[in-house]
Design a protein. Structure first.
Length: 277
């Protein structure tokens, strides 16, 4: 009895196994292709398929843009120009044309505008001098003469004014002369200051920054500390100072002529900027 049951179960198992084998292929080669993704099959993993590459249309080569020829400038009628700016522009246009294409006609066109410019400039200059001659407040030559006779008279007047001024200023002011005993420029400049002192009676104080003297100033003051305090690095150096207040002003550095020293003293101590320029 037990053997019959065992045989029955064994037959049932074989029947089920045979049904399962008929239902599903046993080999991967039973598929259409082993590389073909089929998600209906069991245990099949499909990779994401890449998106199809879109074909880009062929780029057309860029065409070089050819500059269109510029139209030739039109020359204006010179008689119809109303402003100086219009005349300047027209003169420039005609000049450019004549330079780039120097034909006889282009040069004539330019010369027409050039002569017109010169004519107007001549009239302006002539009218300018007529106004200056008849209106003395505009005549600059009254303050600064240009003809020989007037220049001579003006120079004599200036010289006399400076002489009087130097004699007056010598009463309350003096010059300070900084030098070095081994400075060739100081040796050259010292006689000028000595002569200036004799002519106008102004005192000149010699100050040595190395302790030595000069023939014209054999016994100078020791000015090494003062020179450092005043920031004097170049010699010869000339200053003017008040005997009462001690206030000082720079006259200049280096070698100067006698007249140049006088002119600088006059200008720096007696005039306002622009007064005699």
């Amino acid at each position: 009895m037990m053997q019959n049951k065992f045989k029955f179960l064994l037959l049932l198992v074989f029947a089920l196994v045979g049904f399962e084998v008929n239902a599903e292929p046993k080999s991967v080669f039973d598929y259409d292709s082993i590389w073909k993704c089929d998600q209906t099959k069991r245990n099949w993993y499909c990779d994401d398929e890449p998106e199809p590459v879109k074909a880009t249309p062929a780029q057309r080569p860029k065409q070089e843009q050819v500059a269109s020829p510029q139209p030739s400038p039109v020359l204006r009628d010179l008689s119809k120009l109303k402003t100086a700016e219009e005349l300047r522009q027209e003169l420039k246009i005609r000049e450019d044309i004549a330079v780039m294409n120097p034909t006889e006609q282009n040069i004539k066109n330019y010369l027409d505008a050039w002569h017109m410019t010169m004519d107007k400039g001549t009239v302006f200059a002539d009218q300018w001098r007529r106004v200056v001659w008849t209106n003395p407040q505009y005549d600059y030559s009254l303050k600064n003469p240009v003809n020989n006779t007037a220049v001579k008279v003006n120079n004599q007047a200036k010289e006399q004014d400076r002489t009087n001024y130097m004699k007056n200023i010598a009463r309350e002011h003096g010059l300070i002369f900084f030098f070095r005993s081994d400075c060739p420029y100081c040796h050259q400049y010292a006689p000028t200051l000595k002569l200036l002192s004799e002519m106008y009676g102004i005192e000149v104080l010699g100050v040595s920054i190395d302790g030595g003297g000069l023939p014209e100033f054999p016994n100078p003051r020791d000015g090494r500390a003062v020179a450092q305090q005043w920031g004097i690095e170049k010699v010869p150096a000339t200053f003017i100072a008040s005997k009462k207040t001690g206030e000082k002003a720079t006259i200049g550095f280096g070698v100067m002529s006698l007249q140049e020293v006088v002119d600088r003293i006059w200008t720096l101590t007696n005039t306002e900027p622009g007064q005699e320029f």
